[in-house]
Design a protein around this ligand. Structure first.
Ligand code: FE2
Length: 317
């Protein structure tokens, strides 16, 4: 597979797994196209045309050096110049993939957060409320990212002449669908049963070994789950902390997320929403693994680094 084929495959899989469904994704792209058509010629020139076909601006090719077959990939959750040097040191690496967004993908992380509106609506939060609070949060995230040194790693890739891409929401969508299906199948009624769903998933078992396994943040093993919502696995980054109250009113009983900060924890707790935190690197690894399985099948060697726990599900199927 070549660089662009790998990227296209990732986007295709992410669309397939998207909460909005393929049709919902197509509609979102259609709306972008309509907006684009209305722009002035100058604005059209400045517009990133890849947005018209790629729904995930945080999942992009950042540096393309050549068009050769990719045989070996170094994959990390966070890629910095150190990982690129590592790739050169071990040799033979044709492509480096970072899960967390870099460069323009990082600068535009807030642009994927629209997805959260649809996820929340899927779980019954009135769409106007989900949209109002998410929009507010999107500008907050955009402002927060404004001062970052976005291009640092991309610059290093250019100097080292290395192919680089980041696949963030593209992989998080895969993790979200996987967990959603596992949880829906298990139908846990108490939080203790919900915690059991993670058992046997190697990413989480290995995380447990380093004390980073799934945890009940709010609630207890004996507490009832109520309606379980996977609102915090995909969609860029944490949404609005004001959402928990609205989620409780919408009938959500338990939220499953990857990680949670203090403010969100406090709000969830006071809204009496149970919170199960699956784990950050482990959940990120799960999503990346589901894509890497496809690359592995194509004969590509995967070298994991930087917090990425490689687990292949190819043999078990
Ligand atoms: Fe992450």
């Amino acid at each position: 597979m070549k660089l662009k084929e790998i990227h296209s495959l990732a986007i295709e899989m992410a669309e397939e797994a998207d909460f909005r469904g393929k049709k919902g994704v197509e509609e979102a792209l259609e709306r972008r196209k309509e907006k684009y058509e209305k722009l002035s010629d100058k604005k059209k020139e400045e517009y990133d045309k890849s947005d018209l076909t790629n729904p995930y601006p945080d999942s992009i090719i950042l540096n393309e050096t050549d068009d050769k077959e990719v045989k070996k990939v170094l994959v990390g959750i966070d890629v910095e110049p150190a990982e690129l040097l590592l790739a050169r040191e071990i040799g033979g690496v044709d492509l480096v993939i970072s899960h967390h967004p870099l460069g323009k993908g990082l600068a535009r992380l807030s642009d994927v957060m629209e997805l959260q509106v649809d996820i929340l609506a899927h779980y019954g939060v009135p769409v106007n409320i989900a949209e109002g609070l998410t929009k507010e949060r999107i500008s907050e995230v955009a402002r927060g990212l404004n001062g970052a040194n976005h291009e640092r790693t991309v610059d290093a890739a250019r100097i080292l002449n290395m192919n680089l891409m980041c696949l963030h929401t593209a992989c998080d969508n895969l993790a979200a669908r996987f967990l959603r299906e596992e949880i829906e199948e298990a139908k846990p009624s108490r939080l203790g049963e919900l915690m059991k769903v993670f058992e046997g998933m190697e990413e989480y078992d290995r995380a447990k070994e380093i004390s980073a396994g799934p945890q009940i943040f709010v609630g207890g093993k004996e507490r009832r789950c109520g309606r379980i919502a996977l609102t915090e696995i995909t969609g860029g980054t944490a949404g609005s902390s004001k959402m928990y109250e609205k989620m409780a009113q919408a009938g959500i009983g338990t939220v499953v997320g990857m990680h949670m900060g203090k403010e969100h924890y406090e709000e969830a707790k006071s809204s009496l929403i149970n919170v199960v935190i699956a784990g950050h690197m482990s959940s990120d690894s799960l999503g990346v693994n589901l894509l890497m399985d496809k690359l592995e099948k194509e004969g590509i060697e995967i070298v994991p680094c930087s917090g990425f726990t490689r687990v292949s599900r190819n043999k078990s199927k």
